[in-house]
Design a binder for this molecule. Structure first.
Ligand code: BG6
Length: 521
């Protein structure tokens, strides 16, 4: 892009204070895990600091690891001090906050444990004076059903004095069948309104901004369809590898870890019809309609319209890094994909024939999550001095992270006596305009669950519809011969086949007509 125009807010702006959550006891299952110290506790600490935490609020961490509440506080302190989600770590605020942290160890497979949990919550509720219970399952999907049944067995799924809600972390099940089974177990114990299936991408400001951009402005909606849009490119690129999560990743892979949830949510928000209101049922219904319009792929379609990759050794940011198969805990002949690219079609009136290309991968050269909406070329070559294939088609880029914002690429007249065009970009940056990126995703979502607002959580039929798209791909991959892994070097753009997938068979050097992924390096 040759030039950049910056955008500033038209109105005066100041950050609004966040609303306050209900009083509650938050029980975190999987409290000794990485998610709790890296994401959940930092978000709760931030909430306490900015005052949106109800003064009546206690956390009970639950895990198999034997430790005292003081050990738990020390472990959480270490995580919060290091976490990039912690806004402003300071000793005095931490010490005030840490008084709210408690720990209970036990075996979640033992029914007696849930009786002791009930007793502990009874005591804590009396002391703190709150009847409300919020259960957070930060556990592997395979442990979820047992915990839900354990809670129900101890009568903790109902609450006559207040409310009892449950948050279930992703991945929600492992495939369509296990997601259906998990939904059935949940529905036996909890009302759908009390169930909060989390996909942290929905808590990101920039992801929610897709809705504001599309439905808060009237200029984009008339062109947001197959008549004007050529294709949509959705990227979730990371520089990190598996980061000590080999056990989880060997069971999951990139398709289940990122596409089945985060990437599909980005697609749904980009493609959905305007909901009748911004409230849980209407928003979720509109997204479910998008997922239901994506036909499950046959094995032949999967062979043509998907690409899997696994990174080999390479270089990232000037540092040598090992290949996936050399990571601790990974099988030396593992065929798990660390990269996935998929071409999907939303078969409805608005989107018929428009490909949505999704790619995600670990150990790519740059961290970048974004949605790029590519518009069609102008139909006529009006400016003879600018060949038609040198006019750049318009692209709207919704940048989720980093450098959160939106840019719109268009052609402008190049100064001079000739009618020659030059591509320019209007750029809106969250941080420049608002001086802040807004709260981290988990903060928003924890607060919403404490307030009982499920708009940014996925509904039972929504997760099943997501798996309805993903499971046939997983099944076809199991039938098709795996690619020769590793097929991309750490630090490269990903497998070459992914370029071929998006370029519609056009050679990369055919000027003008080339369609492709935005380069990451
Ligand atoms: C998680 C995945 O859900 O999302 C991780 O399990 C991934 O593998 C992470 O790294 C990416 O989240 P974010 O917010 O850093 O883009």
């Amino acid at each position: 892009m040759s030039a950049v125009i910056d955008i500033s807010p038209l109105d005066q702006f100041s950050l609004e204070p966040l609303p306050t959550g209900d009083s509650c006891l938050l029980v975190i299952f999987g409290a000794s895990g990485d998610l709790t110290s890296r994401k959940l506790i930092p978000s709760l600490y931030n909430m306490a600091c900015v005052g949106c935490m109800n003064p009546v609020f206690e956390v009970l961490g639950v895990g198999r690891t034997k430790m005292t509440s003081d050990d738990f506080r020390a472990k959480m302190r270490e995580g919060a001090a290091k976490s990039s989600d912690t806004s402003d770590f300071n000793e005095q605020h931490w010490n005030d906050f840490a008084k709210r942290l408690h720990y209970l160890d036990g075996d979640i497979e033992d029914a007696k444990f849930f009786a002791s949990l009930r007793d502990r919550l009874g005591e804590m509720g009396q002391a703190a004076k709150t009847p409300n219970h919020l259960f957070y399952l930060a556990t592997p999907a395979s442990a979820d059903a047992g915990i839900i049944e354990g809670l129900a067995g101890a009568g903790l799924n109902h609450n006559d004095q207040g409310w009892s809600r449950i948050i279930v972390e992703k991945p929600f099940g492992h495939d369509l069948k296990s997601a259906q089974e998990l939904n059935a177990v949940l529905h036996k114990a909890f009302d759908e309104k009390a169930i909060f299936r989390i996909d942290h991408y929905l808590g990101k400001e920039t992801v929610q901004n897709i809705l504001v951009f599309r439905f808060g402005n009237s200029i984009f909606e008339p062109v947001w369809n197959r008549n004007y849009i050529d294709y949509v490119e959705i990227t979730g690129a990371e520089t990190v590898g598996v980061e000590g999560r080999a056990g989880f990743y060997e069971e999951t892979g990139a398709l289940r870890d990122m596409v089945a949830n985060h990437m599909l949510q980005l697609l749904a928000l980009t493609a959905m019809e305007p909901p009748i209101a911004f409230e849980a049922e209407a928003v979720r219904e509109a997204k479910v309609q998008v997922f239901k319009s994506i036909r499950p792929m046959t094995v032949e379609e999967v062979a043509k319209r998907t690409v899997r990759g696994q990174y080999g050794p390479g270089e990232i940011g000037g540092k040598r890094v090992p290949g996936y198969r050399q990571e601790p805990g990974v099988k030396p002949d593992s065929n798990i994909e660390t990269y996935a690219a998929v071409e999907l079609y939303v078969n409805n009136w608005r989107w018929s024939g428009v490909p949505f290309f999704i790619r995600t991968g670990k150990r790519l050269p740059k961290q970048s999550s974004e949605v790029r909406v590519h518009f069609k070329r102008t139909p006529q070559a009006l400016f003879s001095t600018t060949p038609q294939d040198q006019l750049s088609p318009n692209v709207v880029t919704l940048r989720i992270q980093p450098d959160d914002g939106i840019s719109i690429a268009f052609d402008a007249k190049r100064p001079g006596s000739q009618m020659r065009a030059l591509p320019v970009e209007a750029n809106f940056s969250y941080e420049t305009v608002f001086g802040s990126k807004g709260p981290p995703a988990y903060e928003t979502l924890l607060l919403d669950s404490m307030r009982g607002d499920a708009t940014l959580f996925t509904r039972h039929d929504e997760v099943e519809a997501e798996w309805g798209i993903i499971t046939p791909i997983e099944e076809a991959w199991a039938k098709l011969a795996p690619p020769k892994f590793p097929n991309y070097a750490a630090g490269s753009e990903g497998p070459a086949e992914a370029e071929a997938l998006i370029s519609f068979g056009q050679p990369a050097d055919k000027a003008g007509d080339h369609r492709g992924w935005r380069r990451l390096a």
